[in-house]
Write a protein that binds this ligand. Sequence first.
Ligand code: NAG
Ligand code: NAG
Length: 179
Amino acid sequence: MSLLYFVPLQVACVMTIWSQLQPAYAANMWNEALNKRLGTKGLDLSQVLVEVEKRGSSFEQLLTIPEQDDWVYSDGKSTSCIAFILEMYKAAGLFNPIASSVQVTEFTIKDAYILNFFENNSSRLPNWCNDGDTVKLPYCQIKGKYRMELPGYNSMEPYPHMNERCPSLPTKYYRPENC
Ligand SMILES: *[C@@H]1O[C@H](CO)[C@@H](O)[C@H](O)[C@H]1NC(C)=O
Ligand SMILES: *[C@@H]1O[C@H](CO)[C@@H](O)[C@H](O)[C@H]1NC(C)=O
């Protein structure tokens, strides 16, 4: 799980409360991920906070350490739905030759669809593509009442350590170049 989805300041607070209410679930949700980042095992949240302090680092910095695709958790490998798709792309070689420098567990859905992996010649899209629509999109929308907009679709060449330094702060989630 990419911990960059969390906004650090409020996070420690929410995590602390959650750890009290649902200790087993908290361990599964983030304690293991925090331990992976520290290179420790089995520390609970308060012990993690103490350890971070001891190392002269901060909880905020800990959260920014990128998830590694090859980390295996106590219940097996862990991905979000989009990271699962990208793991397949990675295994299939789409990120070559920089695959070893890309951690797809750090990618969001938008990060995935802006990759330049997709058909760029609309005359090669299947006939049924956008069948029910008056507008021809550069991609196939299979279902849904509303037209999907995918800004930046199919436009970005992957680069080493892509998406490992993106601040992505609300409300605009502005993405600096090469982050
Ligand atoms: C379309 O994709 C092909 C194959 O990936 C690539 O060689 C070509 O340069 C692309 N064309 C444009 C206009 O991006
Ligand atoms: C798009 O694909 C069609 C059909 O394969 C082909 O005839 C056409 O030259 C392609 N256009 C570009 C810009 O590559």
